[in-house]
Design a protein around this ligand. Structure first.
Ligand code: PLP
Length: 424
């Protein structure tokens, strides 16, 4: 008698899992209050008190700064906008290189191209899936102006080693902590571990405002430059008396009062939401330990993980069964699990063809000048191996799951690994 659902046995789970849902009566009332005020946004793109946005935007920013323990929090309308502004703020421009991760959401690297500069991909650490000081240092050149390190899946990158390396070469470091609100390293919050932190408040993240983002920094100068890029810098610099106008080409990255009001309520829920994620992750670690060919998420010393994704590795090289088959068997048990994450970013057409702005290849090459950076397959072998063969990831690690749900998830995964013989 076969035991696995993929071979016709009953599955562990037939009911769908509840979606992650954090919006409640608090957010609803906060939005109604904004609607009743009639002021849905209170920005002006001129040098005036309204340059800094409305009451709720400024209130949300100061709450954010207090919560995460940083001097400045500057709200924006997405993490993508925040990354574009942060890269501009540190002074990156044409001809510069910025070291980035290949294994992340595309904006973590596109922010460099958006600032007319060259992304250089460092390989990822096979335990944390983040770029690390070793892979970064092998890519530093005289052109390197900045690093964008991502706290992927909620695990902070190794800033203990990345920051001293960056200081030595006078390189700015931007932390993309979109997936890591609530994570810490030695008690310091993700978002405060580098020169700048960029959070996402999009619908899929641990807390959200539909769309939104926040840029954090201890630097008065960088915070001000982000505020300028957020809100029509070129119109504002003269009145403000700002003389450093490099990259001060403004956008409209402004958050509305509605999102800020939602954000204030979401922030109050963050610690409880992280606690639930931690509870799920600890339960999975306990129930899935010791299974053959399965490596559980590694949490480095000093780290509190944000558990945005529960990322495991499958030892494909030691097993005769391809990952696809194992994942299909887990899915047949009614557990929605994923293999790989995103295709390594340098395999996207923009990098493969080295075409971004205009048909001549700017910023990768331009009128006879060539960055010399090419993005061939094999560039980051660890990222490719994780994507093609090893990474198995579970997004079901959150507050909307009941104890019964997380038991089913663990049982479904364990059942397959305990009966791998049936997949041969
Ligand atoms: C979600 C995400 C982004 C983009 O966030 P938006 O707010 O949608 O622009 C960037 N980087 C990472 C790592 C993300 O997970």
């Amino acid at each position: 008698m076969k035991k696995l659902a993929i071979n016709g046995a009953p599955p562990v789970r037939t009911k769908p899992f509840p979606p992650y849902q954090t919006i409640g009566v608090e957010e609803k009332n906060a939005v109604l209050e904004v609607m009743e005020s009639g002021i849905l946004s209170d920005y002006l793109g001129t040098w005036s008190p309204q340059f800094y946005g409305g009451y709720r935007v400024q209130k949300f920013e100061s709450e954010w700064a207090d919560y995460f323990g940083c001097k400045h929090a500057v709200s924006v309308n997405s993490n993508t906008s925040g990354l574009n502004a942060a890269v501009a703020a540190v002074g990156v421009g044409p001809g510069d290189e910025v070291i980035v991760s290949p294994y992340t959401m595309s904006a973590s690297a596109a922010c460099v191209v958006a600032n007319n500069a060259i992304p250089v991909f460092a390989d990822i650490d096979e335990e944390t899936f983040c770029i690390n000081a070793r892979t970064i240092s092998s890519q530093i050149t005289a052109r390197t102006k900045a690093i964008v390190a991502v706290d992927i899946f909620g695990h902070p990158a190794d800033f203990d080693r990345i920051m001293p390396l960056a200081r030595k070469y006078d390189i700015a470091v931007i932390e993309d902590c979109a997936q890591a609100p609530g994570a810490t390293l030695h008690g310091c919050s993700a978002g405060t571990l580098a020169d700048m932190g960029v959070f996402s408040l999009n619908y899929h993240k641990t807390i959200h405002t539909g769309e939104g983002g926040m840029v954090t920094t201890a630097s008065d100068r960088l915070a001000n430059r982000v505020r300028l890029v957020r809100n029509h810098a070129e119109t504002v610099v003269k009145g403000m008396g700002e003389t450093d106008i490099v990259n001060m080409v403004g956008q409209n990255y402004r958050m509305t009062e509605i999102e800020a009001a939602i954000g204030s309520e979401q922030l109050k829920k963050l610690s409880g939401l992280i606690e639930s994620r931690r509870h799920c992750a600890n339960f999975f670690c306990k129930k899935l330990s010791g299974l053959p060919f399965l490596t559980l998420p590694v949490v480095r010393p000093g780290v509190e993980h944000g558990w945005y994704v529960f990322a495991m590795r499958y030892a494909h090289a030691n097993s005769e069964i391809p990952r696809e088959r194992v994942v299909a068997a887990i899915q047949a048990e009614g557990i929605p699990i994923g293999q790989g994450y995103v295709e390594p970013l340098y395999l996207q057409p923009m990098y493969q063809n080295r075409v971004a702005f205009g048909p001549e290849g700017f910023p990768f090459r331009w009128r006879g000048w060539d960055s010399g950076r090419i993005y061939e397959k094999g560039l980051c072998p660890v990222a490719e191996r994780m994507h093609e063969k090893e990474l198995i990831q579970l997004a079901l690690c959150h507050a909307s799951l009941t104890m019964c749900d997380i038991e089913d998830i663990a049982r479904g995964i364990a059942k397959v690994f305990e009966n791998l013989d049936e997949l041969r």
